[in-house]
Design a protein around this ligand. Structure first.
Ligand code: AHG
Ligand code: MN
Ligand code: MN
Length: 313
């Protein structure tokens, strides 16, 4: 129940996790990340938008904001005292923080997804995947929690510890308070969010898009994975996809940092997440930079994508 005198939707993140009896150390990790987001949102609003003069292991030029956001998160996670290993989209390998695994958690994160959108003032986000123990190369179905922070007109934090999906809003005191509980995604929807270049779509993906449009689905694509997924979750319907393309059969998005956390959240909300053939959360990552095609959102539309790909590639 809510604290005496507080309505459900004034409950802050820490109270919510205590009320749901979430493991103390996991609560610690989640709250450290929430705290880190205060510094990240400030750096986005006021920070240096230039390039950092370095690149990540994908050969992508890092922006100052990528490097700064990564450093903020790494310091907070190290400071928490309950994190064993971390791996970041912006770092070439796993960073060990503690030798023992007992009772600790390991974290994979994309510190600032869509960072190149900041200088055109579009929404960006932080994506986080949390496992119990030391192993970060586990299938996504083993996640203890997944969350993202969306730096948009409002700063919101969307989280699941395996007990439903819940949204929190950063208030004027920069504290996160509950705004939506047990978010649900229906079986089919009216928006589709198509990533990648359409002239490189396979026959199966083209057929899938044609069928969505025939049903009256409307195109909604910002180019930012976090706002695009958030739109499907908060509208409670629709599908995002960044498919296999004729010249990149693995698509673009990364399993550890982007697909596993979003797939966990989407399934917790009653949706589905597939690589076009099978469940994202069943994939066993063979290395930290593994990529996969993704079709994620309303169940019926993910199933339709799989049928089109099975029939036409
Ligand atoms: P990141 O900025 O972390 O590299 O991720 C960007 C991703 C994701 O936000 C989005 O879905 C995708 O790039 C968009 O790719 P395109 O620009 O090829 O559409
Ligand atoms: Mn990313
Ligand atoms: Mn990124």
């Amino acid at each position: 129940m809510a604290e005496a005198g507080k309505t459900r939707f004034q409950i802050n993140l820490r109270h919510f996790l205590r009320e749901r009896d979430v493991d103390r150390n996991l609560t610690r990790v989640i709250c450290e990340i929430a705290d880190a987001s205060k510094y990240i949102v400030n750096s986005i609003r006021t920070g240096d938008l230039g390039v950092a003069g370095t690149s990540n292991l994908y050969g992508e030029e890092q922006l100052a904001l990528d490097v700064l956001s990564d450093r903020i998160l790494r310091k907070r996670l190290a400071h928490s005292g309950v994190v064993a290993n971390i791996v970041s989209e912006e770092q070439p390998e796993i960073v060990p923080l503690s030798p023992d695994c007992e009772g600790k958690f390991s974290v994979a994160y994309d510190p600032l997804d869509g960072s190149s959108l900041v200088d055109v003032n579009l929404a960006v986000g932080t994506i986080v995947s949390i496992y119990a123990g030391c192993d970060l190369l586990q299938p996504g179905c083993n996640q203890a929690a997944a969350m993202y922070i969306l730096y948009g007109p409002r700063t919101t934090l969307v989280l699941s510890t395996g007990d439903g999906v819940h949204e929190f809003n950063m208030n004027q005191l920069m504290e996160y308070t509950l705004t939506r509980e047990n978010i649900q995604v229906g079986a089919s929807g009216s928006i589709y969010s198509p990533g990648g270049q359409r002239n490189k779509y396979t026959a199966g993906v083209r057929s899938f898009v044609e069928q969505l449009e025939a049903r009256g689905s409307k195109l909604r694509y910002s180019g930012g994975f976090v706002p695009d997924i958030n739109q499907v979750l908060m509208k409670g319907k629709g599908i995002f996809f960044y498919p296999h393309l004729n010249d990149t059969p693995e698509g673009k998005l990364r399993v550890l940092f982007e697909l596993n956390p979003m797939a966990f959240l989407m399934e917790q909300a009653g949706g589905a997440a597939s690589n076009g053939k099978s469940r994202i959360l069943d994939m066993v990552p063979d290395n930290i930079d593994m990529r996969a095609p993704v079709f994620i959102g309303s169940k019926d539309e993910v199933a339709l994508a799989e049928r089109c790909i099975a029939e036409q590639g």
